[in-house]
Design a protein around this ligand. Structure first.
Ligand code: AMP
Ligand code: ZN
Length: 469
């Protein structure tokens, strides 16, 4: 399999450190809020990476953290009048619920920063001891000038980075690019003991400490969104490699942004839709298919139309599975004359799927191969096909859909998906009524949605649906 490695900027063949095993670290969410559909992109894409690596026979250890202490956590906890710990519990539970609906399998381990303070402190202590970090007023900073490779991931040298950055002068730092490893406690903030007094870890160090704790000083693949390349991942490399003298992650994978109106969806721009809200309206598998409809490094534009289209695409995949099952039940013969040719074509489509996935996880092309299989079913398997041919179709089709985490529903689950689609149709009807200034009709639909448990809000990005209460 080839992976585009951000660090070398070329597609490289994946050769794991230990034969037959792949170790992966994914930067997980900061749990101060429900995650939005942009955040869902890395969760889903790297879940597919894991499923594919397992499919081709690797044993995968996947670590995805929860950032459960930082400025945003503290601010939000104060706003809500709960402790930082309570806030984290609430949104970690919500993460598992929402990600689970999107078919994201739990990672091997989901470590939390606050549960790894001893490892974090030990790592910082090592950096201070090695002379690449310094204490200043109870804070500890990484001395970026002491790490000559600083900038190796983002491809800029430290002087250019310094010139390009808008960094406030901070008396406590020796150089503007230095970043905090440890932050001294401010009044009312949660804090832990350390050789530098009470305080809490900075964001970057937690990922170095937790990835190396679970995966070793050198591991295979480190993943996250493009926005994390600089400074987060650059800093992770600096801290980790300065402490161990060993290479840190060997391959770096970064997903492109999910955009809305050609702008990155983000909490700070307030142009986001939470997955929780979207799932009130759409089948989670349709949302998942939408997120896989582009190769992971390409930008992807969010719109309700796109998800509706994904929903139609998904329905075609389900129809193929159901049709093949139906034909299988009624097949007249175990084998038939045309089998050889059909089996060859099924295997060809399977090989195309693998080829697409081997080419830097091209899920868009892989989906194309699934539709090649659907065509084979419709053209060559719909009349007098043998059990052997239909059996092979079902095996290959089911196996490949499972790599993408699609077509996993039973009949019962699909009924609830249909219900979501009905809600989606009501929203469309309401948008049309508003456009035609038919206020009575639009109010009637609002009431009907309310009766089903949803409140509609009209926002500049369109209607947003929230569960009542
Ligand atoms: P955060 O909770 O903000 O730390 O983000 C969690 C993950 O979502 C990180 O890997 C981010 O890079 C990623 N991410 C955030 N916004 C987007 C977006 N609009 N599109 C794709 N990935 C994103
Ligand atoms: Zn991280």
């Amino acid at each position: 399999m080839k992976i585009f490695n951000t660090r070398t900027r070329v597609k490289e063949t994946l050769v794991p450190l230990r034969s037959g095993q792949v170790s992966v670290y994914v930067c997980g969410p900061t749990v101060y809020n429900y995650f939005h559909i942009g955040n869902a992109r890395p969760f889903v894409v790297f879940d597919v990476l894991r499923r594919y690596l397992e499919f081709v026979g690797y044993e995968v250890t996947l670590v995805q953290n929860f950032t459960d202490i930082d400025d945003r956590m503290i601010r939000r906890a104060n706003e809500e009048g709960v402790t930082v710990k309570e806030l984290a519990q609430q949104y970690i539970a919500a993460y598992f619920e929402d990600a689970g609906k999107l078919g994201v399998k739990p990672a091997t381990v989901h470590p939390r920063a606050t549960e790894h303070i001893p490892e974090i402190v030990a790592l910082i202590d090592k950096l201070v001891g090695a002379g690449v970090a310094y204490e200043s007023d109870g804070d500890v900073y990484f001395d970026t000038k002491a790490f000559p490779r600083y900038g190796c991931l983002c491809g800029q040298n430290i002087d250019d980075l310094e010139a390009g950055a808008r960094i406030d002068i901070d008396e406590r730092k020796r150089h503007p690019m230095d970043f905090a490893l440890w932050k001294a406690q401010k009044p009312g903030e949660p804090a832990w003991e350390s050789p530098w007094g009470m305080g809490r870890p900075g964001w970057h160090i937690e990922c170095s400490a937790m990835s190396m704790h679970y995966l070793g000083e050198t591991f295979d693949i480190h993943c996250g969104g493009q926005d994390l390349i600089f400074p987060h991942h650059e800093n992770e490399i600096a801290q980790s490699e300065a402490a161990t003298g060993q290479p840190f992650a060997r391959y770096w994978m970064h997903n492109g942004f999910l955009n809305i109106d050609n702008q990155k969806m983000s909490k700070s721009l307030n142009n986001f839709f939470t997955v929780r809200d979207i799932l009130a309206e759409f089948d989670p598998e349709a949302v998942r298919l939408f997120l896989l409809s582009a190769q992971y490094r390409s930008p992807l534009n969010f719109s309700r139309d796109q998800i509706q289209q994904a929903s139609a695409t998904l329905a075609r995949l389900y129809a193929a599975r159901d049709q093949a099952r139906f034909l299988m039940e009624r097949a007249q013969s175990d084998v038939s004359e045309g089998d050889e040719e059909v089996l060859r074509r099924i295997d060809e489509a399977r090989a195309m799927f693998l080829q697409a996935m081997d080419d830097d996880l091209n899920t868009a092309d892989a989906l194309g191969s699934l539709f090649e299989l659907v065509r084979i079913l419709n053209v060559s398997l719909s009349v007098n096909a043998s059990r052997a041919a239909l059996g092979r179709f079902l095996e290959v089709f089911g196996g490949l859909c499972a790599v993408l985490g699609l077509v996993a529903r039973t009949e019962e689950d699909r009924l609830s998906a249909e219900e979501s689609e009905e809600i989606s149709r009501m929203l469309d009807a309401r948008a049309a009524a508003r456009k035609a200034r038919q206020w009575q009709e639009s109010d009637r639909l609002r009431d009907e949605l309310k009766a089903r448990g949803y409140v509609v809000e009209d926002t500049p990005q369109g209607q947003k649906l929230k569960p009542v209460g």
